[in-house]
Ligand binder design. Structure first.
Ligand SMILES: [Mg+2]
Length: 184
C-alpha cells in the first residue's frame, strides 16, 4: 500500500482568501506580484490571514482517507509563517501530525528515497510527477502531471483505489491530457 503525504497550501489550506482580499483572481503563474508585492509581502501585513484561511474542498476527502492515522505534511513555509501554520493545523486536524518544512527540492529528493510514498501537491515546480497527485490550479497548468485532480470526487476515486501505484503506471502510459476521471 502506498503511503500518502500531503502538501499544505493549495492542498488542505486555501490561501484564496489572499486573492479575495486583493480583489484579484487566482494567478496563472507560481510567482506573482500585485502592486509590486509578492505573497510573502502581503501575508506579512497581517499574518492572521494564515489562520483565517479556510480548508480546501479537498480537505474532507483527505481527512476521511487518513482516518485516525498520523497525517504527514510536507510544506515549505517561511520561518515567520510557521507559528501561524502550526496553529491552523491544530485548529483543523485532530490527528497526530508529522510536519516537515521541506522545500520543493527537498520534497523531490525525499520522494526519490521513498518509492512507496505519494505526495498530494499543487506546485508546478517538480522535475517529475511520477509520485505526485496534482491538485489542478491556474498556476500549475504547465506541470506535466499524469494525475491531475479537479474535484474532490476525483481525489476520492484515486485515494479509494487500492492500487494507486498501478494507476500511476497506467496514467504514465496515457496521454498527458487524460483526466483522472478516466481511470477505472
Ligand atoms: Mg502548495
Amino acid at each position: 500500500m502506498k503511503k500518502i503525504v500531503i502538501d499544505l497550501d493549495g492542498v488542505i489550506r486555501n490561501l484564496g482568501i489572499i486573492f479575495d482580499k486583493l480583489n484579484i483572481s487566482t494567478p496563472t503563474t507560481w510567482f506573482w506580484k500585485h502592486k509590486n508585492k509578492d505573497i510573502y509581502d502581503w501575508v506579512a501585513i497581517d499574518y492572521n490571514i494564515l489562520l483565517k484561511a479556510k480548508p480546501t474542498k479537498f480537505f474532507p476527502i483527505i481527512k476521511k482517507y487518513c482516518g485516525k492515522n498520523t497525517i504527514e505534511i510536507w510544506s515549505h513555509q517561511p520561518k515567520d509563517w510557521q507559528p501561524y501554520t502550526k496553529q491552523w493545523i491544530k485548529k483543523y486536524i485532530k490527528n497526530k501530525v508529522k510536519i516537515r518544512w521541506f522545500t520543493t527540492d527537498q520534497k523531490y529528493k525525499e520522494l526519490k528515497k521513498r518509492k512507496d510514498t505519494i505526495l498530494i501537491e499543487d506546485s508546478p515546480n517538480f522535475p517529475s510527477y511520477k509520485q505526485i497527485i496534482l491538485i489542478d490550479e491556474p498556476y500549475n497548468q504547465k506541470a506535466k502531471a499524469k494525475i491531475r485532480i479537479r474535484t474532490p470526487k476525483e481525489l476520492e476515486k484515486v485515494l479509494k483505489s487500492k492500487c494507486i501505484a498501478k494507476i500511476m503506471e497506467y496514467e504514465m502510459r496515457k496521454d498527458e491530457k487524460t483526466a483522472v476521471g478516466d481511470v477505472r
